[in-house]
Design a binder for this molecule. Structure first.
Ligand SMILES: Nc1ncnc2c1ncn2[C@@H]1O[C@H](COP(=O)(O)OP(=O)(O)OP(=O)(O)O)[C@@H](O)[C@H]1O
Ligand SMILES: [Mg+2]
Length: 468
């Protein structure tokens, strides 16, 4: 349950807020003095702080300033009783996430809270100081319409962050359209971006809207923007600058209103220096840069992410997976060069081939099977991708015939998973020269499970010999 800290010297008021929060599903602690609250924030990881402005000894603004100075980036709502707008503006300048004027209703408080703690907290694991700081920046940045450039190694979570920005923005009820610039050929990319008129080129049998127009009034994610060719970069620049696009074969420009979020896993500035990326476009995109740190630089996130994925997977598969101590040690010892995506895929693979609900330290056997089963794995497309080319995606509204991105936890890999499980059992039995008890020990399951699986998968003595 999310914990909220209420800082208010008026006991009745604090109690009323506490009651309101309870109805929203939050647990809360009350501090009647800001100094007491300063101790409290060091001890508990609050999801939200609600502080009154006027308090003795230290007012709400001073309190806010102090916690930000200490590097605590928990969202803060300031309650201003003496309704001056200046106070509210000052609070926002000091890093308050929002403010609320006295007197206020339960509903207005709930609305403010829902704006601050929406789904992004449920979707994004952010435990390390770097990620917490980033989340507070994201909340701020989401409020404005500013262009954001997300950079970071592959698999660090650029796309999830882009979606969080969108979900928290004023454009949240408008479309979110994503285009992976690396996944499509240059000629197709132009049509994807700007659309085309009927007959614009061979094969253009119908008029088609591009992503810019599909995203109109909403948000356009230009994924891996560094992969765009220089001539196309010029067209993109024009679209952003002039706020209008030219459909291929179109007679007149079409006005567009989109918020742009771009991602790159290359260092765009060095691409500029190498002449591969237009400098003017770089400055147009790099209005608000956010860099996602690699997982190895925020080790505090590894276990919470693992638990998050295990929980998600348990729900999906209807099993109650747990982590053995050995497994945890193993997870923490790995470098995760492929970042969060590699970790997620690893847990997924381990879980689907685990016959036990307790995820064990992977034996060499499991590891080698995992390597072998990597044939369908691609870094950029994620594990077990079913062969959908590219990730070009419309998340809302018209999908334009583009297949939906293969979700990491899709259910239709069961055939493949069964093959993997079958192979695992055969390989283990081979290793133990057919000894089912030993095989069961190696795999962390009961002998009975092994017998059942042999039956289920029709594994014959002969096959074991042949494979051996
Ligand atoms: N902080 C996080 N909390 C929960 N899940 C995360 C987090 N970061 C990343 N993920 C998950 O990890 C996977 C990879 O994330 P994402 O696709 O956003 O990375 P990326 O930086 O865009 O990678 P690439 O550069 O390869 O496109 C996704 O399945 C995403 O849901
Ligand atoms: Mg991405």
């Amino acid at each position: 349950m999310k914990q909220v800290l209420i800082v208010d010297d008026e006991a009745d008021m604090a109690l009323a807020i506490k009651e309101s929060l309870k109805r929203c599903g939050f647990a809360s602690s009350v501090c009647s003095h800001p100094r007491e609250a300063l101790n409290e924030v060091n001890l508990t990881d609050f999801s939200l702080i609600i502080t009154d402005m006027k308090m003795p000894h230290m007012n709400g603004l001073e309190f806010l300033k102090e916690i930000r100075k200490r590097g605590i980036f928990t969202p803060v709502i300031v309650i201003t009783g003496y309704g001056t707008v200046e106070n509210a503006v000052d609070a926002m300048k000091l890093g308050a996430t929002d403010y609320i004027m006295k007197p206020f209703s339960f509903d207005s408080l709930r609305r403010v809270i829902e704006r601050i703690l929406p789904s992004e907290d449920a979707d994004i694991v952010a435990v390390s100081p770097q990620m917490k700081n980033l989340m507070s920046i994201i909340r701020e940045v989401a409020k404005s319409d500013i262009t954001v450039l997300l950079s970071g190694e592959s698999g660090t979570g650029k796309e999830v962050v882009a979606k969080a920005i969108y979900k928290n923005s004023i454009r949240a009820d408008k479309p979110f359209v994503a285009l992976n610039c690396a996944a499509i050929s240059e000629s197709l990319l132009e049509a994807e971006l700007f659309g085309h008129e009927k007959g614009a080129f061979t094969g253009a049998t119908d008029k088609r809207l591009g992503k810019f127009e599909l995203a109109n009034k909403g948000t356009l994610l230009l994924d891996e923007v560094s992969e765009m060719s220089v001539p196309l970069q010029a067209k993109l620049l024009r679209a952003i600058q002039e706020r209008e696009i030219d459909r291929i074969g179109g007679r007149s420009p079409v006005p567009i209103d989109v918020r742009i979020i771009a991602t790159t896993n290359r260092d765009l500035l060095s691409e500029v220096k190498k002449g591969r990326f237009r400098e003017d476009l770089y400055y147009r995109l790099n209005v608000f840069p956010i860099k996602l740190p690699p997982l190895r630089e925020r080790k505090e996130d590894i276990m919470p992410l693992t638990e998050f994925f295990v929980k998600k997977l348990s729900q999906k598969m209807g099993r109650a997976f747990q982590l053995s101590e050995g497994f945890k040690t193993y997870i923490l010892s790995r470098a995760w060069e492929g970042n969060v995506r590699e970790l997620e895929n690893f847990i997924y693979r381990t879980a689907v081939i685990s016959m036990s609900e307790v995820l064990m330290f992977p034996t060499n056997e499991v590891n080698s099977l995992m390597q072998a089963s990597n044939t369908g794995y691609s870094e950029s497309a994620g594990a077990f991708n079913s062969g959908v080319p590219g990730k070009s995606q419309t998340f809302r509204g018209d999908n334009n015939g583009v297949p939906k991105k293969s979700q990491t936890f899709r259910g239709d890999n069961s055939g493949r998973i069964k093959d993997m499980e079958r192979d695992l059992i055969i390989n283990t039995l081979k290793e133990t020269v057919g000894n089912k008890t030993k095989a069961a020990q190696l795999l962390g399951v009961t002998v009975r499970t092994i017998r059942n699986k042999i039956k289920e998968y029709n594994i014959s003595e002969e096959e074991l010999r042949l494979r051996g």
